[in-house]
Design a protein around this ligand. Sequence first.
Ligand code: BG6
Ligand code: MG
Length: 219
Amino acid sequence: MSEIKAFIFDLDGVITDTAEFHYRAWKRLADEEGIPFTREDNEALRGVSRRESLARLLKGRPITEEQAQAWMARKNGYYQQYLTEITPGNLLPGATDFLADARTRGVKIAVGSASRNARTVLDSLQITDQLDAIGDGYSVTRSKPAPDLFIWVAGRLDLPPGRCAVFEDAEAGIDAALAAGAYAVGVGPAERVGHAHLRLPNGLADITVPECLERLGNL
Ligand code: BG6
Ligand code: MG
């Protein structure tokens, strides 16, 4: 029997392709405000809160608190426009089967996302009912890379974090998982998630549930 009793999935970039929508929404704001912002710059925004994302986009450019609030609201408005088009077709390859197989094998499944839009996205993907716990941008104060969200989700599952494997596409997310004492599974390139216990370059389609449990169990 594996000692891993639950999988905690990040949402944006792991279960669904909304990481791209976050990028496009920030890009639109940056273009309107004449701030240079590339896809490469966007890598630093993955997984971090809306507030921290704005700070990283600004790279030290001074703006007032009033402007900051208005810009975050505008970006969120653009993002929510993209979200109206989300359907179960936006689940990333492998996600549906991996989640279903985990449940069949008695592994609990949960989401731990920094996003305040997570519940809307999960409803549109039609997977809310399958989840044993949902942590989102409202659950804790300190966001990733702090371990708080994953500790909070593990608590909801009634498990110590050390019995959970966290799936993350962001450097900050892997940092958070490791700091929580959970197993960390990285989705994406080594430059971003190479510090995880296990890496899936192309995401959940790369591995089956028994393979994943075995590889993490043999660390
Ligand atoms: C994370 C995303 O899941 O949520 C970040 O990876 C995003 O890009 C963060 O900034 C906060 O999301 P939201 O929807 O609350 O602005
Ligand atoms: Mg993510």
